[in-house]
Design a protein around this ligand. Structure first.
Ligand code: NDP
Length: 274
């Protein structure tokens, strides 16, 4: 690092657990780019506007935005891509030399890139999504764009389902055992997009009594092997964690900032994506 190093980073709270600094810094080192990716912890929403002003003032080239600011940061941006606008969430900022702050969403194409890499064509699946927060918004948008027709959504707060992109095309179900049973019987691709499972002692988002079959794929957006994924594997289903989504959303952000093709194989190692 020297006086000419270009800076990017991850803005959110907390950020200390994030794998993104290791992933991006490994890519910069491999390509010998004089760039650095730093953690940018912002503890309260009241500091968010100041944080965006600070990025501009310090000449940052961009940042990733993570929990809990993907939606609340939007009013402080100069422009936003049509897809991020439709999703209602931004996970990548690109700041140009004039200090214009542009918001993008790479979670949605990152999610589809991961499924494609896993050989999954969503248009041939019946899909159930658990969750209706920022991750679910990107997942629903990406699935609809990729041709998924038959999508049911279960969320604790049912009203949030009606605020998802293309909500009229989704079947909204209550958060109860009947809905989970229906989802387990109906869906060939189940996507867990709540924050349940981030901690080892979190309860399962599905009732313990339900079982998956070997014809099902269970995808957890959380990027490690959660209790849900362990259960799915035990039941004989195909279990996939969100580490590939993390990888591809990061690769797309890297390319937006640097205009250089992301070294996927190098970045893969840092997120333990096989
Ligand atoms: P949000 O805060 O926007 O949404 C949280 C979601 O979790 C909501 O659906 C919320 O339901 C639900 N939820 C939270 N606590 C509970 C609970 N106790 N019981 C039932 N439901 C609960 O978070 P995000 O959508 O941004 O993130 C969700 C997950 O997705 C995180 O675990 C994150 O790690 C992962 N993620 C992974 C990415 C990747 O690259 N792999 C990218 C982005 C996110 P309600 O609406 O009822 O409150």
């Amino acid at each position: 690092m020297n006086g000419l190093t270009k800076l990017v980073g991850i803005l959110g709270w907390p950020v200390s657990h994030s794998k993104s600094p290791a992933m991006h810094n490994a890519a910069f080192a491999y390509l010998k780019l004089n760039w650095a990716y730093v953690p940018l912890p912002v503890a309260t929403t009241t500091d968010l506007k100041k944080a965006v002003e600070g990025l501009k003032a310090c000449g940052f080239a961009g940042v990733n935005v993570t929990v809990p600011y993907k939606e609340s940061i939007i009013p402080f941006l100069d422009s936003i891509s049509p897809s991020a606008r439709e999703i209602g969430a931004v996970n990548t900022l690109v700041i140009n030399e004039f200090g214009n702050v542009h918001g993008e969403n790479t979670d949605a194409p990152g999610f589809i890139a991961h499924l494609t890499a896993e050989g999954i064509d969503v248009s041939s699946h019946r899909v159930a999504i658990i969750g209706a927060g920022g991750a679910a918004r990107a997942v629903v948008y990406a699935l609809r764009k990729a041709g998924a027709q038959n999508i049911v959504v279960i969320n604790r707060n049912k009203d949030r389902i009606h605020a998802l992109p293309d909500a009229q095309a989704l079947v909204a179900l209550e958060w109860n055992e009947n809905s989970f049973t229906y989802a387990c019987n109906h869906a060939t691709l189940l996507i867990q997009a709540t924050s349940l499972g981030l901690n080892d002692n979190d309860s399962l988002p599905f009732p313990e009594s339900l079982h998956f079959s070997k014809h099902q794929i269970v995808y957890d957006t959380i990027y490690r092997k959660t209790r849900l994924l362990k259960k799915a594997e035990k039941d004989g289903a195909r279990a996939i964690s969100g580490d590939g989504m993390l990888l591809w959303q990061g690769a797309l952000a890297f390319e937006l900032w640097t205009n250089v093709k992301a070294p996927i194989d190098i970045m893969k190692k840092e997120v333990n994506y096989a």
